[in-house]
Design a binder for this molecule. Structure first.
Ligand code: LLP
Length: 421
């Protein structure tokens, strides 16, 4: 469920008409709904309520400071994967003891930043990283709380570019070698083992792969405890999928996911951490774009939008489907027609949809891409020297620009021409 609905024939974000925002900030822009973000976060906390838990929002899915502040104020923790994300979480007011640090390539500088600023735990992904962290922590005279990310060799049955839990993927330590690596972690100075971490992939639409992985984590917990390790937290990663179309998909609900976690891991008495990104932010955002031209093609028309692959990369990158809605609702009985929906970037891959059935549209009309809150703005680039587009947050009947469109002066001033040219 989200809060993007038609009212009097006009698509609204909560109580604000998208046409009103478009008139003041111009298109294209991202628009997020505070009520939807809040609701999605609450679904997870409710689902895990019977267990001690912390829901750490995966910042990589949507990292605007206003969104982080909103979620942080609700009590959310944050999952960060870079020094930049760590800084964002802190700048949004999230305390270090609610931040977990994931990622296969943490640098020593990033380790220092988090150790000095405060961190709940590092999710360590390899032995070299373990040794580097031990060294950095020892130099600083600090102790790094750690969980080892294990790779359970489970098929997440999702898009290959976002599956992470098979042994051929670069992520984590093979679960078979975990006892050996935990033994090394216990020997190294400056480290304190606090738990186990696992994340098998993103946009999972079934619970079964999760359950298989969590079962293996339950067994590993017993094994490691028997070897004397203090396993008090289990970080289960993110990955629960969302419906990208309103018709045919019904991914599992957070409530069922929570019940499955209780069933497989509840008896261990561990604190549960999860790192959902997409389920919290995905359907809490839309991308609103304007039609520049309608161009007649050989057998169908091209809808040329002012948004492009640099603004929303998922369709060109993963062949992802995003529902497209006209911002002004077509009257009942309107005949749909197929459009190839494209952007202005000079690449054939700059395509959002082929043969998409939409009501007849004309220059200046607005469309909204649904489910664009996650991995939308954060993956945008300035390719073709197109400025990053604004982000707007709606709450009830008011809205604010939470990232302004940069001016061309700002963009040009970032480059320098050396004096010897
Ligand atoms: N934790 C870790 C360690 C992760 O690597 C990820 C996502 C998450 C949590 C959050 O997963 P989520 O709940 O959002 O599925 N750009 C791709 C998705 C990449 C996901 C990367 N890791 C896309 O647009 O589909």
């Amino acid at each position: 469920m989200d809060h993007f609905l038609y009212r009097n024939g006009s698509l609204h974000a909560e109580d604000v008409a998208l046409t009103e925002i478009a008139a003041s900030v111009g298109t294209p822009f991202y628009c997020y709904s505070a009520a939807t973000l809040t609701r999605h976060y609450a679904l997870f906390t409710e689902a895990l309520n019977p267990l001690p838990h912390l829901v750490c929002f995966a910042i990589k899915s949507l990292s605007n400071l206003a969104v982080l502040k909103l979620l942080g104020d609700l009590g959310a923790g944050m999952d960060v994967v870079s020094g930049g994300e760590y800084r964002r979480a802190r700048a949004a007011g999230v305390p270090g003891d609610r931040i977990v640090f994931s990622g296969v390539g943490k640098t020593r500088d990033e380790m220092r930043l988090a150790l000095q600023g405060g961190i709940r735990q590092f999710n360590v992904e390899s032995e070299p990283e373990l040794r580097a962290l031990s060294q950095v922590a020892t130099e600083l005279g600090l102790t790094a709380p750690i969980a080892l990310r294990v790779n359970p060799d489970v098929d997440a049955r999702t898009h290959e570019k976002i599956a992470t839990g098979k042994k051929e993927n670069k992520f984590g330590i093979p679960i078979s070698r975990a006892p050996q690596v935990y033994a090394e972690a216990a020997r190294l100075p400056g480290l304190q083992v606090v738990g186990i971490d696992v994340h098998i992939g993103s946009q999972l639409t079934e619970l079964e792969p999760f359950e298989q992985a969590f079962q293996k984590i339950a067994d590993l917990t017993q094994t490691l405890r028997a070897q004397g390790h203090d396993i008090r937290r289990l970080d289960l990663g993110g990955g629960l999928g969302i419906p990208y179309t309103r018709s045919n998909e019904a991914p599992p609900l957070p409530l069922d996911y929570g019940a499955m976690i209780q069933r497989t891991l509840g008896h261990l008495g561990c604190e549960i951490e999860i790192e959902p990104g997409r389920l919290i932010s995905g359907n809490a955002g839309v991308l609103v774009a304007g039609v520049i031209y309608v161009k007649q093609g050989e057998d169908r028309d091209f809808l040329i939008l002012d948004a492009a692959m640099n603004d929303l990369a998922r369709p060109s990158m993963y062949g992802a489907h995003h529902d497209i809605l006209p911002v002004t609702e077509a009257p009942p009985g309107t005949e749909m027609q197929p459009y190839d929906v494209v952007g202005p970037v000079c690449e054939t891959g700059d395509s959002f949809a082929k043969g998409r059935a939409l009501p007849p549209l004309a220059e200046g009309d607005l469309v909204a891409f649904r489910s664009a809150g996650a991995y939308g703005a954060v993956m945008a680039s300035e390719y073709n020297s197109r400025p990053l587009i604004p982000e707007v947050l709606v709450q009830g009947d008011h809205y604010a620009v939470i990232r302004a469109r940069p001016t061309f002066d700002e963009i040009l001033n970032r480059d320098t021409i050396p004096e010897w040219l």
